[in-house]
Ligand binder design. Structure first.
Ligand code: NDP
Ligand code: OXD
Length: 306
């Protein structure tokens, strides 16, 4: 079995080494233009030229959970696209989102400002019941996040494409129930995949349907948010602020207003990092199962785009 590896913005040597030792029978090489056609590819944001040359691929294994960049390319017709499912990301995402929810709810940002001024002063405790948390996307990451937030006794609601039943989470599904989901949400967490259906979903209209004083936590993709609409909703007072981990352009350009907005917290796409060892183990496991003709988790539905 021949495996070609093509990962932009990633140190490739440890991936090659890890894949070679996890799949001893396979020939694993970094892709170079003109390389022989492989059976499978391990990729992150590959160029179109790579896919144009590698038309015989049967499997494309993405070293991330989101496949939006890959879905914008012309893919070899018979290749099955497989994403990472969890691989150590869901616990990271749960801790990141719980931290952001609690930082906002407990006004820890305000205490940080007070500390900088040497000020000792309490804020009135807030009622958890007034801060329902709404999680958009109840997949591998969203479900784990919803349950982690619920463990802190926040009222939790979730929204997905298909109907779900999750303990401790009030579930809403489809466009028909989107407004009802938004209308009862004060802290909005975005964990949707980026697809033509979800791009620009967090615009003026959507944000305007949240409870007054809502707070937005975006840990999915930057293109879910209409940047100007988010800033306008914060400056207009309907939103209390936002914690943003993902952006339309990454790294976030130095002159982007998000950097300097006092009510926006910026982190550099770090809420759930790809963990190399876990990811290699998962890809190797899936590749072996795939070769045996067994079903594997994380196969992307090309029609849905995730
Ligand atoms: P999954 O595919 O497991 O889950 C996606 C969820 O979104 C599903 O519940 C799905 O509904 C729902 N969904 C998709 N489209 C719609 C729609 N049109 N309307 C309503 N619900 C919809 O993905 P993961 O949980 O693994 O990952 C989610 C995203 O998180 C990734 O796509 C990626 O962009 C982002 N991510 C960000 C990271 C970071 O560091 N910031 C790290 C890893 C991922 P249904 O269940 O009905 O199919
Ligand atoms: C991913 C990501 O999709 O890192 O895994 O954002």
């Amino acid at each position: 079995m021949r495996i070609t590896v093509c990962c932009t913005d990633t140190k490739i040597a440890p991936w090659l080494e890890g894949l070679r030792s996890a799949l001893p029978g396979a020939e694993v090489e970094e892709w170079r233009p003109g390389a022989p056609e492989a059976d499978h590819a391990v990729v992150w944001a590959p160029p179109q030229a790579f896919l144009d040359e590698q038309q015989a691929l049967r499997g494309i294994f993405n070293i991330g959970a989101g496949v939006d960049a890959l879905m914008k390319l012309r893919l070899p017709p018979r290749a099955v696209v497989v994403r990472l499912d969890d691989a150590g990301m869901s616990v990271q995402m749960a801790e990141f989102v719980c931290h952001a929810v609690i930082r906002h709810f407990r006004e820890l940002d305000g205490y940080e400002r007070d500390e900088a001024q040497g000020k000792w002063g309490f804020r009135k405790p807030r009622a958890r019941a007034d801060y329902p948390v709404g999680v958009m996307g109840l997949g591998v990451l969203g479900e784990r996040v919803a349950q982690a937030v619920a463990a802190f006794e926040f009222p939790v609601r979730g929204w997905s494409r298909s109907a779900k039943h999750l303990s401790g989470v009030e579930c809403f599904a489809g466009t028909a129930q989107f407004d009802a989901f938004l209308a009862g949400t004060r802290i909005l967490v975005n964990l949707l995949p980026l697809t033509p259906d979800t791009e620009n979903l967090l615009d003026r209209q959507t944000l305007g349907k949240l409870l007054p004083g809502a707070y937005v936590i975006n840990v999915a993709r930057g293109a879910h948010v209409v940047d100007e609409d988010l800033i306008a909703a914060i400056d207009g007072g309907h939103l209390a602020g936002a914690a943003l981990d993902v952006f339309r352009i990454e790294p976030l350009p130095a002159d982007h207003p998000f950097w300097r907005h006092p009510k926006i917290t910026v982190t550099p796409h770090t809420s759930a990092r790809t963990l190399r060892e876990e990811s290699i183990a998962q890809i190797a496991r899936k590749l072996r199962a795939f070769e045996r003709g067994e079903p594997i988790a994380g196969v992307v539905d090309r029609m849905k785009g995730y």
